[in-house]
Ligand binder design. Structure first.
Ligand SMILES: [Zn+2]
Length: 344
């Protein structure tokens, strides 16, 4: 098969498009023909070496995949060749203390498609059948590919971790990102009022269309002051944060008393300072979150199929142009998800 992979860490120029080992479905596994694969910030960390692929190089990125069943291993039931599917990107052992408690996203042997295994920047990808779900006919391959990591992670952060309710005020960082564009819609679906940040004025329209009431260009305005002004000096109930560094540090200051910050990622840096005085004196909650469950993914897909949530797709590149797609994401130009679509 053809794949876009890398043998060395670095920037977009390290992405090669060439022949790559064909995946073969073993017992309990399926090989899926990729119809669309979304890019994510974690791909950039894998590429530049801040999060080196655990199985080493060469490596194929790509956590979010929709496609059709190409090959089934022995002992597989409930799937047919050619069936439209979406892949749940988290792998868990099913045997550790956390798996047995039903908390598979904190499995001690947790892994991701496209990180711990070769992913979807390819014509074919191999996964355990437990990770393969039918994709509703009402959801296009392109829209579907924006769901299983970005939208699911946002869902778990907003609904399960932050417990966003009607009347809450929510600050979502980076409306132009996959996580941000999803979190705005999900918080609105929960009945909250939403403000968000953008890095350029040409993303303001998108943020408003997604449902944000107040949009702040963080390069020209202080989002903490804007959050205070927007809430009558009170501060927001919830911040959905996935940038790290200064953005993390300042986000804590945007919270009201008993507010909740959920950290989903660390796309600028893995580090963030925390002013502990604010945390204890205001009874704040600072929570981490990691993906979500397959049950939550089914719920999110139902909202997408019925139009209550709409994955924001910016553009699709042919698989052979993966290098350009990666550069586009690195340049922070995105207005929603960027996809790779293999030529068929
Ligand atoms: Zn486990």
């Amino acid at each position: 098969m053809k794949a876009a992979f890398f043998k060395e860490h670095g920037g977009a120029e390290k992405i090669l498009y060439d022949d790559y080992r064909d995946p073969v479905a073993g017992p309990g596994e399926a090989v899926v023909r990729v119809k669309a694969c979304a890019l994510n910030q974690v791909d950039m960390l894998l590429l530049d070496g801040r999060f080196p692929p655990p199985e080493g190089l060469p490596h194929v990125n790509g956590c979010e995949v929709t496609g059709t069943v190409e090959m089934l291993g022995t002992g597989v039931q409930g799937l047919e060749r050619g069936q439209r599917v979406i892949i749940f990107p988290g792998f868990s052992c099913g045997q550790c203390e956390y798996c047995l408690a039903g908390e598979r996203t904190v499995c001690v042997r947790y892994g991701y498609l496209g990180a711990h295994k070769d992913g979807g920047y390819a014509e074919l990808v191999k996964v355990p059948v437990a990770n393969v779900l039918p994709l509703d006919e009402r959801i296009s391959f392109e829209r579907g590919a924006a769901v299983p990591l970005a939208m699911l992670t946002s869902w778990h952060a907003v609904v399960a971790q932050a417990g966003v309710r009607p009347g809450h005020t929510v600050l979502v960082q980076a409306a132009g990102s996959g996580v941000g564009s999803a979190a705005i819609q999900i918080a609105r679906l929960c009945g909250a009022r939403v403000m968000t940040t953008v890095g350029s004025d040409d993303k303001i329209d998108l943020a408003r269309r997604l449902g944000a009431e107040h949009v702040v260009n963080y390069r020209t305005r202080d989002f903490v002051e804007e959050a205070k002004a927007w809430t009558g000096k009170r501060g927001v109930d919830v911040v959905i944060e996935h940038i790290g560094g200064d953005t993390f540090e300042k986000s804590v200051h945007a919270l009201t008393r008993r507010g909740t910050l959920v950290t989903i990622g660390s796309h600028d840096t893995h580090w963030g300072r925390l002013d502990l005085r604010h945390v204890y004196s205001k009874n704040l909650r600072v929570l981490g979150t990691n993906l979500g469950s397959i049950t939550e993914l089914r719920t999110v897909l139902d909202h997408v199929a019925t139009g209550r949530l709409t994955p924001a797709v910016d553009r699709a590149y042919p698989l052979e142009d993966a290098r350009h797609a990666v550069q586009y994401v690195l340049d922070r130009k995105t207005k929603g998800k960027v996809l790779l679509v293999p030529g068929q």
